[in-house]
Design a protein around this ligand. Structure first.
Ligand SMILES: *Cc1c(COP(=O)(O)O)cnc(C)c1O
Length: 331
C-alpha cells in the first residue's frame, strides 16, 4: 500500500488504549470545543489555544476555509500539480481557481504565484512539502513570500508533511505567525502521527478570526470523541514521531538511489513519498497497472495533475525493496 502517503506503522498501543477508554462513554456527545486537544496542541506547539482550529482531518479545515472565505468573484491561488482537494475549494464556492505551474524542479514558483495575487484574491495555498511532487521550499523563501502577501489575503501553508523535511526545523514556521495575522499553518495527525483512519487535523493560526470563520461554517461535532483522545495521546509520544521521521529519511535515501540506478528522474523529496518521472515512451498507466497486478499499489501522475509520473509512498524496507524490484522488471 504505497498509494496514500500513510504511515506503514500501526498505531501505538497507548493510542489504541486511549481510544478504547472512550468507547464506554459513547452515549455522550464529544466536546465540541475540543478543549483538551487544543490545550495539548498549545503546549506542544506554543500557539495559544484560541488560535488553534481542529478539523475532521485537515481536509475538513481546507474545505471550511473555502466555504468561509470564498464566493463568486473571489479568487484562490495555488500551485499545480498540488493537493487534489484545492480545486474543490473554488468549485464548491463559485470562486475562480488560479493554478500556477511548478518550476522545472517540481517546486512551487512563489514569484509566479505572487504575480497572480489581485484585489480579488482571498486565499493563497502553499503546500510545503508539496503533494504530489514531494519537494519543499526552504523557510526563508516562504517567509519572504509571506512578507509580500497583502493582509486582505489569507495565506495557508499546508504542512501535512513538514515533519519529514530536513530543510528546516519543522516548527520554525510557527514563528511567522507572530508577524502575520493572515497566516495559517495546516497540520494533520494522518501522516507522521500515523492516524489517518481517525481523521484529525489542526490549524495553527496567526489570528483567532480564522478559527472563528471555519467554526461558523461547520457542524459542531466535527471531531469525534475517539479521535480527540487518540490525538491527545499521540502528541505525548514525540519519540515515536522522531523514529518515524528517521525511518522515512532512510527509506528516502534508499528509494532515491534505487530509482536513480534505474535511470529515472526523481524529484528532490523532503516528504514520506517520492515523485518520479517515467522515461519517454513508457506508458504511466501500464506501469501503475503492472505494479498493481504484482501487488504494489502506487498512484499514477495523471490522476494527480501531471501525466508520465508516479507518486510512491515510502513503506517498510521490504515494501520499498519489492517496489523497486517490480518496477525494474516492468521497465
Ligand atoms: C494528507 C494530506 C493532508 C491531510 O489530510 P487529512 O484530511 O488530515 O487526512 C492535507 N494536505 C495534504 C497536502 C495532504 O497530502
Amino acid at each position: 500500500m504505497l498509494a496514500s502517503n500513510e504511515s506503514p506503522d500501526p498505531p501505538l498501543p497507548q493510542v489504541v488504549r486511549a481510544i478504547e477508554r472512550t468507547l464506554t462513554n459513547l452515549n455522550r456527545y464529544p466536546d465540541p470545543a475540543n478543549a483538551r486537544l487544543r490545550r495539548a496542541l498549545s503546549d506542544r506547539y506554543g500557539v495559544p489555544a484560541n488560535r488553534i482550529a481542529i478539523g475532521n482531518g485537515s481536509v475538513d479545515l481546507l474545505l471550511a476555509a473555502g466555504e468561509a472565505l470564498l464566493e463568486p468573484g473571489a479568487e484562490v491561488v495555488y500551485a499545480w500539480p498540488s493537493f487534489g482537494i484545492y480545486p474543490h475549494l473554488a468549485a464548491a464556492s463559485g470562486a475562480r481557481a488560479i493554478a500556477v505551474g511548478l518550476d522545472g524542479g517540481d517546486r512551487h514558483d512563489l514569484d509566479a504565484m505572487m504575480e497572480e495575487i489581485t484585489a480579488a484574491t482571498r486565499l493563497v495555498i502553499v503546500c510545503n512539502p508539496n503533494n504530489p511532487t514531494s519537494t519543499a521550499l526552504p523557510l526563508a523563501g516562504v517567509a519572504a513570500f509571506a512578507e509580500r502577501v497583502p493582509p486582505h489575503v489569507a495565506l495557508v501553508l499546508d504542512e501535512a508533511y513538514c515533519e519529514f523535511s530536513l530543510l528546516d526545523d519543522p516548527d520554525a514556521s510557527i514563528d511567522l505567525l507572530e508577524r502575520h495575522p493572515n497566516l495559517v499553518l495546516m497540520r494533520t495527525f494522518s501522516k507522521v502521527y500515523g492516524l489517518a483512519g481517525m481523521r484529525v487535523g489542526f490549524a495553527l493560526c496567526g489570528s483567532e478570526r480564522f478559527v472563528q470563520a471555519v467554526d461558523q461554517v461547520r457542524q459542531p461535532f466535527f471531531c469525534n470523541a475517539a479521535a480527540q483522545a487518540a490525538a491527545i495521546e499521540a502528541l505525548r509520544h514525540q519519540d515515536a514521531v522522531a523514529e518515524r521521521v528517521e525511518r522515512a529519511v532512510l527509506a528516502r535515501v534508499e528509494m532515491q538511489s534505487g530509482l536513480e540506478r534505474l535511470g529515472l528522474r526523481v524529484a528532490a523529496s523532503q516528504a514520506n513519498f517520492c515523485w518520479l518521472h517515467l522515461p519517454e515512451g513508457v506508458e504511466e498507466k501500464a506501469v501503475a497497472d503492472g505494479l498493481a497486478e504484482r501487488g504494489v499499489l502506487v498512484r499514477g501522475g495523471t490522476g494527480l495533475g501531471q501525466e508520465g509520473a508516479l507518486r510512491v509512498t515510502y513503506g517498510r524496507a521490504e515494501d520499498n525493496a519489492r517496489f523497486l524490484r517490480e518496477l525494474a522488471a516492468l521497465l
